[in-house]
Design a protein around this ligand. Structure first.
Ligand SMILES: Cc1ncc(COP(=O)(O)O)c(C=O)c1O
Length: 372
């Protein structure tokens, strides 16, 4: 039974539109009146703006973040029998993209901050390893110094799954710009969300750029001639126009998320039964954008229920199983650190529709759960 009238949903989908309603309506009208739906100037402008924002030389708009990964793998030459190492604490799409390129997905452990463990990566390298695919999870960038070093020493590519990482930084450099390619998702609940599916690939390598431009458009070159097998995976021009508009406000969105994380940190930091993500100002190496606020909690399922009964929505990432734990996929590996982490993992509300009062209410209820 709810003890309060306040409701704090985990995510507020209508807010994604309401927030910029008038400008979005204008942008949609403009695109529709021009009849500019596929591969038009809004997409080109968005690609240029996204490249400028991230610091990548090129950005390519594609249909979704999963296709972005598949295309990046294919362009990087991942093929039959090639092993690609990734953190099991990621969305299934990371592993599926390796599988669909013909490769073998090799899951490894995450570490205390929930990002891929470089030590675990090193141990998983074999003569068949071709690439490391770090997920820039929850709006945080992995320890890219260590990963780059491992990649260089072993002649491996880095392909970043930065679906959740747009704008996050490691040593001042943005997620998605470290490897041969980095991919972004614009799924509506992402920090930069489109009104449907959408994705992008970042690269600073001209040959990769040219290959990926062909792969997303039926394998066609600039003259429309087919030069390879390709997909139909273009970011819709309408989505690009909306994303262009939202990208202009992106810095403010990130700042608000970081403020919310600070409120959580201040008000939950002393509860010994929970472990919070690194605070927004915990070091000068990471700049986190808090796509999610993933805590580890003792008595996690009870806490989730307690919050739900008091109007607060929470989510357990990946329905409570990391990639190697999905039995039907037949991974034969045990990753105790990751398994222990996901058994405690819980995501608290984190989005820009939240008021300070909403966040404080969540904190009050979490405190009351552990103080009772
Ligand atoms: C870590 C990660 N990788 C890949 C994806 C796939 O992106 P999309 O849903 O746009 O295909 C997502 C998004 O859901 C994600 O969170």
């Amino acid at each position: 039974m709810s003890t309060s009238k306040r409701v704090v949903p985990f995510f507020n989908y209508p807010h994604v539109y309401k927030q910029y309603e008038n400008e979005i309506n204008k942008a949609i009208n403009n695109v529709c009146n021009r009849g500019a739906f596929i591969l038009q100037k809004d997409l080109e402008e968005f690609e240029e703006n996204l490249a400028n924002y991230t610091g990548a030389k090129y950005a390519i708009g594609v249909a979704n973040g999963t296709d972005a990964l598949i295309i990046a793998n294919r362009a990087a030459g991942i093929s039959e029998g090639d092993e690609v190492i990734f953190s099991s604490h990621t969305y299934i799409a990371t592993a599926a993209s390796i599988y669909f390129a013909g490769g073998i997905p090799v899951p490894v452990e995450c570490q205390e901050d929930h990002m891929i463990s470089p030590e675990s990566v090193r141990k998983a390298i074999t003569s068949k390893t071709k690439a490391i695919m770090p997920t820039q999870l929850n709006g945080r960038t992995c320890d890219m110094d260590s990963l780059n070093k491992i990649a260089e020493e072993n002649g491996l590519h880095i392909i970043e799954d930065a679906a959740q990482g747009l704008g996050s930084k490691f040593n001042g450099k943005q997620a998605g710009t470290f490897g041969l390619a980095g991919t972004i998702s614009f799924y509506p609940a992402k920090n930069l969300g489109s009104f449907g599916d959408g994705g992008a690939i970042l690269t600073s390598d001209l040959a990769m750029y040219e290959k990926m431009m062909q792969l997303r458009d039926h394998g066609r070159n600039k003259d429309g001639l087919v030069v390879t097998w390709g997909l139909n995976s273009r970011l819709d021009n309408l989505q690009a126009a909306i994303l262009n508009l939202k990208l202009a406000y992106y810095k403010n969105e990130i700042e608000r998320r970081r403020e919310i994380a600070s409120i959580y940190q201040t008000n939950l930091g002393s509860i010994t039964e929970i472990k919070l993500p690194p605070s927004p100002n915990s070091d000068t190496i990471h700049f986190d954008v808090f796509q999610n606020y993933e805590i580890e909690a003792e008595r996690r399922d009870e806490l989730k229920k307690y919050l739900f009964e008091r109007g607060i929505g929470t989510i357990i990432q990946w329905a409570g199983k990391t990639v190697h734990q999905f039995k039907d996929l037949k991974f034969n590996v045990s990753l105790p650190f990751t398994e222990n982490m996901i058994a405690k993992s819980l995501m608290l509300p984190m989005n820009t529709s939240l008021t300070d009062e909403d966040v404080l209410y969540v904190c009050e209820i979490v405190n009351s759960f552990y103080n009772n």
